[in-house]
Design a protein around this ligand. Structure first.
Ligand code: FWO
Ligand code: ZN
Length: 383
């Protein structure tokens, strides 16, 4: 049992200074002044600290990804500590371009390992390609029978590395994801990797126009990869769609493509509930020099999720708004009903930020993983 004393709570909405009692893995009580007299109570004095929901990263290559420049460019797998230090308490794992040397079975085992080590984890089935790789041969069966599976992705469109899926193939895939989601009470979300190709979001518009499938079944990602795609996404927002912005972008990337900046602009137009951030952690990212020439590959970093949220705040976005793309909006898209909110009955996933919004303390499923900037729990084989 953990008692957080005198903490400024952003649920993400500001609810004032509160005491928060966490019992086992849940937030049990939130009140102005709690008198608790129980054995085994761990009290954390939170004076001057801000409690926010643990961050949810909806697109991470848990096993590593890449390989697009040959075997040596396969990227390494994620360590548990990187998640803890990023304040990320819920993660969704995916395969990427490579659905051959990376398997769903390994992805599942990695997600299970991270869960055992202390965070919440889920996975998407599929890779870039259609028909998708699955566990059972069927997206519907995977969603219904395998707890960790909450959707499909990252399915590539408008990209030279995609499988050039036909509209009929995409229709069947999305329909399976939707029905599998309905039958299992999960989101059945389709996470769509959008490349630099000129078709941009065209296949997705076609899908929602020619089927009964709602726009909320999709989460297109990497929307901030170029200005044309970003401009095109205004239409997607206008029909009620949500867009995902990749936070593992170079500092050199121009301001107009930085997630924090896009969010601050779209906030003014009232789209704050239709934007999510994800890190693309451990995925491979092409790197360019100041002149724009390709110089190699970088690796996506999960800590960029928190960084972009903080950049939004430091550039004038209220904290309660800046938190939306990394907490509540993601939980809604993924139908994670006990995540993304500090409220009684929700999972005990809380991050304490210091006055400068640095990560100070991380609690996941009621377990303290980091306290006063000291990491308490490490991955199994980490020193
Ligand atoms: C993006 C992940 C890309 C992998 O287009 O999609 O390559 O499997 O590791 N990364 N293919 C990165 C841009 C958004 C910058 C991936 C990658
Ligand atoms: Zn991608």
């Amino acid at each position: 049992m953990i008692l957080l004393r005198n903490v400024v709570v952003y649920s993400p909405y500001p609810i004032g200074i509160r005491d928060i009692l966490i019992v086992a893995d849940k937030i049990a009580v939130i009140d102005e002044r709690l008198i608790v007299n129980l054995p085994h109570l761990k009290t954390i004095d939170c004076n001057g600290k801000i409690a926010v929901p643990g961050f949810i990263d909806n697109h991470v290559h848990l096993l590593g990804g890449g390989g697009e420049g040959g075997f040596r460019t396969r990227t390494p797998e994620l360590s548990f500590s990187e998640l803890v230090r990023s304040g990320t308490t819920t993660v969704v794992g995916c395969l990427g371009t490579d659905g051959v040397t990376r398997s769903l079975e390994s992805l599942y085992a990695k997600a299970k390992a991270l869960e055992e080590e202390g965070v919440s984890s889920y996975i998407y089935v599929g890779s870039y390609r259609v028909p998708p790789v699955t566990f059972t041969g069927s997206i519907i069966k995977d969603l219904v029978l395998i707890d960790k599976v909450i959707g499909v992705g990252e399915i590539a469109i408008s990209d030279h590395r995609s499988s050039q899926p036909t509209m009929d193939e995409l229709k069947r895939l999305v329909s399976d994801a939707r029905v599998g989601g309905m039958l299992s009470g999960k989101a059945g979300l389709v996470n769509v990797h959008v490349g630099d190709g000129s078709a941009m979001l065209e296949p997705l518009f076609h899908l929602i126009e020619t089927t009964e499938i709602p726009v909320t079944q999709f989460l297109p990602t990497h929307i901030n990869r170029n200005l044309k795609l970003l401009a095109e996404s205004a239409k997607w927002l206008a029909v009620g769609g949500t867009i995902d912005l990749t936070t593992s972008v170079s500092d050199l990337l121009e301001k107009r493509l930085q997630p924090w900046y896009i969010f601050s602009e779209l906030l003014k137009e009232g789209f704050e509930n239709q934007i999510t951030f994800s890190s693309d952690g451990q995925g491979s990212l092409p790197r360019f020099d100041e002149g724009g020439s390709f110089v190699g590959l970088d690796i996506g970093k999960v800590h960029t999720l928190h960084e972009q949220m903080v950049l939004a705040v430091k550039n004038g976005v209220p904290l309660e708004k800046a938190l939306l793309p990394v907490t509540q909006n993601v939980a809604r898209m993924l139908k994670l009903n006990r995540k993304g909110l500090i409220s009684e009955g929700m999972d005990g996933d809380i991050v304490l930020l210091d006055q400068d919004f640095n990560i100070d303390t991380v609690i996941a499923k009621g377990k303290v993983l980091m306290l006063n900037k000291q990491q308490l729990v490490k991955g199994t084989f980490e020193i």
